[in-house]
Design a protein around this ligand. Structure first.
Ligand code: ADP
Ligand code: ASP
Ligand code: MG
Length: 436
């Protein structure tokens, strides 16, 4: 069971979580995020430090500390536990105050980001102690790890986690931190923003759990982005592929890569609402359930690169050379379209854009378009569903579509549009494809 930031963001919510994890007698591992807003504040502190602005960093640290002091006061009532809670807060804020005096580095940045999950789990553990709920606090830094390519070390996670669990025979409730891990150098690292979902799925796969429940602040995966479109509805069932596609292409409810570990071990994933625990939520399994379009999602900040070359005509090996450039700079390509004289690809970060452009230039004219958005239309057997493409393009006829990708799989059509057209496109698709 994984509980996100909002689900642990208030003492009252921690109360709900305590009820949800004790509603049956099953053994469970409970993965917690940082309290909502904390990781953003930690990023803010780090940004100030990296700019050398210690005063601003100190102000953010003090504000965050005050928030945690109030939180402890409201969370636990006994003097002993309040003292323990305050000791936890002191320990972590002492660390944050010490870093004001040492030079900023990438390793330190990761250490700073880890404080949120370390505190939320310790405070929740104290709360369970007050309620007399027997549990074990498992340190994620002892079993969660990533390799040189920043990919989770599945084998080692399984071995280490199993060892940890073996030390607590007879215990039923284990609490651990989402998001944080160790890297190959043994330093504290993380699974990228939103990574607690990934932790949960990795754990579920490692122990072959009967289910991986992602508890959040909404009643499941919706058919469209509820932050942008007014009328959206929860989807009952998704296949692993559909869910992965939606997560990767912008549905914030799931971390982009969190589906595959559960999929590997065929562990069903459920998306549930902490604030509305009786809502059906979304079930993600091998089977798609129904045929047709299920949802749309949008991924911002996309860069389109077009390589135009008359030499591409009839030339074999051209695409390989182009793709090798991206491989060299560890930059993954999201969309590809080709014609006889040009190939267009999209990437989602500009870290090596200059180098990539320089190396592509010998192949032809290179054009770059920034601020693009990928709109992904996801469903089951879209190709076999009558009228989908017709309805899709009719509903967005006024939107200038830059690229279309279709046929790569049975469950996806992707469009590239200018970023400033995203809101309008999602709204048009909501009525055009879902009649909402
Ligand atoms: P948590 O802190 O629990 O991990 P997140 O904020 O990461 O929660 O994810 C939940 C949020 O994802 C929802 O509040 C919602 O605004 C947003 N969201 C974006 N797209 C979707 C979607 N298609 N379905 C459901 N929620 C979505
Ligand atoms: N606390 C981390 C973040 O805000 C991880 C998570 O919540 O999933 O990104
Ligand atoms: Mg999240």
């Amino acid at each position: 069971m994984k509980f996100g930031g909002t689900s642990v963001g208030k003492p009252q919510r921690m109360h709900q979580v305590s009820q949800l994890i004790t509603k049956d007698n099953d053994s469970k591992i409970v993965v917690l995020s940082a309290l909502s807003g904390t990781t953003n504040s930690l990023v803010e502190i780090s940004t100030h430090l990296s700019h050398g602005d210690k005063n601003a960093a100190k102000q953010t640290i003090d504000k965050l500390e005050a928030h945690y002091r109030d939180f402890v006061l409201e969370l636990v009532k006994s003097e002993t536990l309040r003292a323990k809670g305050n000791a936890v807060v002191s320990e972590h804020f002492e660390f944050l105050n010490i870093i004001l005096r040492i030079s900023f580095s990438d390793a330190l940045y990761k250490d700073i980001l880890a404080q949120g999950e370390l505190m939320s789990t310790k405070l929740f553990s104290l709360y369970l102690e007050e309620l007399g709920i027997d549990h074990v606090l498992l340190p994620a830094l002892e079993f969660m790890s990533i390799d040189v390519n920043e990919e989770p070390q599945i084998g080692s996670i399984k071995v280490k986690l199993t060892q940890q669990l073996k030390q607590h025979k007879g215990k039923k409730i284990f609490i651990t931190q989402g998001y944080i891990c160790r890297n190959v150098r043994g330093e504290v690292d993380n699974l990228k923003r939103g990574g607690s979902d990934y932790t949960a799925s990795l754990i579920a796969a490692a122990i072959n759990a009967s289910v991986c429940e992602i508890w959040t602040d909404i009643d499941g995966m919706h058919n469209n982005d509820p932050r942008i479109v007014n009328k959206t509805v929860a989807i009952e069932q998704l296949s692993f592929e559909e869910a992965a596609e939606l997560a990767y292409f912008g549905a914030k409810i799931l971390h982009p890569t969190c589906i595959w570990p559960a999929q590997q071990q065929n562990v069903p994933v459920k998306l549930l609402n902490t604030m509305q625990p009786d809502a059906a939520g979304t079930v993600i399994t091998q089977e798609a359930g129904s045929v047709g379009v299920k949802a749309v999602a949008a991924k911002d900040g996309i860069i389109a690169i077009k390589i135009k070359s008359s030499r591409m005509l009839l030339a074999y090996g051209f695409l390989r050379k182009v793709f090798e450039v991206f491989e060299k700079y560890k930059t993954s390509i999201d969309m590809v379209t080709t014609s006889e004289v040009a190939v267009s690809v999209t990437i989602d970060n500009d870290v090596f854009l200059k180098e990539i452009t320089r190396e592509l230039e010998p192949f032809g004219t290179v054009e770059i378009d920034r601020n693009q958005t990928i709109i992904s239309i996801v469903g089951n057997e879209i190709a076999e569903t009558p009228d989908v493409l017709k309805k899709l393009f009719e509903s967005i006829h006024e939107i200038p579509v830059r690229m279309v990708s279709y046929g790569g799989s049975h469950h996806n059509v992707s469009l590239l549009i200018p970023g400033d057209q995203k809101i309008k496109t999602l709204q048009l698709l909501n009525s055009g494809l879902f009649g909402l």
